[in-house]
Write a protein that binds this ligand. Sequence first.
Ligand code: MG
Length: 255
Amino acid sequence: MKYKIILTALMAGSLLMAKAQEKAKPEDTEVWDPSPKVVTPGEHLGEAPSDAIILFDGKNLDEWVQNNDGSPAKWDVQDGILTVNKNYGNIETKRKFTNYQLHIEWREPEGLEGSGQGRGNSGVFLASIGKGDDGYELQVLDPYNNKTYVNGMAGSIYKQAIPLANPGRKNNEWQVYDIVWNAPVFNEDGSLKTPAYVTVFFNGVLVENHFELWGPTLYIGKPKYKAHGPSPIKLQAHGDKSKPLSFRNIWVREL
Ligand code: MG
C-alpha cells in the first residue's frame, strides 16, 4: 500500500514536470526591452563612436589643464598631434570620470636615446587623485628592445601588473591603448568596498585582463587605497632626458 502511494506520487510528479516542459517555449527566455542605445561606430577601427567624448582630436587642448595649478594645458599641439612638454609637468582632463572605455594613441620619437625607465617614459593615469604622479598609472615607455623590470614596461600597471604580452611597435610608429577602467568604490567611512579593475588592449592585443589593482601607483612601497570620487585622466611628463613622445586621437566613453 505504502509503495503504491509513493509510486503514484512519483508518476504524478514526473507527469507534471513533463507537462511544464511541454509548455516552455523559446520566447520564455527572450528579452526584448529595454533595447541597448544605438551607437554609430567610427568609420574605421579606432575612430571615435558617436557617444564618445573627444578629449583630443588634433586641434587644441580645450579639454585639458595643467595638473599642478589647473591652468590651461601647455603641451605642444602641432600637425594634429600632442607632444609632451617637460617644462610644464603633467596634464589632466577638465572632466572627471568614474568607469569608462578610453582610446589613446602614442608614439615614441625617432632618435630616442636612454635606456630602461629613462627611454620614452610617460604614462596614462587612469584616475588622477592628486598632484604629480598621484593616481593609477598605465605605463607608457619605449616597448621595443628596451630592457627594464617587467612590471614597469609598456602595458604594465606600474609596479603591480606585468603585461601578458609585449606587442610594442618600433619608435616612430603609432601605438594604441584601448582601456576599460572600473574605478574603485568606497564605503561612507572611506574604507574600500570594491577595488579598481582594468582591462587593456595594446595594439589590439590583450595585456591586462580585468586586473584587480592593489591601490594607487607607488614608486616605492606597498600600494594602499584611499577614498576618492570621480577623477580626471592624467598624462605624465616624466623627468627622463629622452626626447618627448606624442599622443593623438584620444576619446572616452563613460560606462
Ligand atoms: Mg611613466
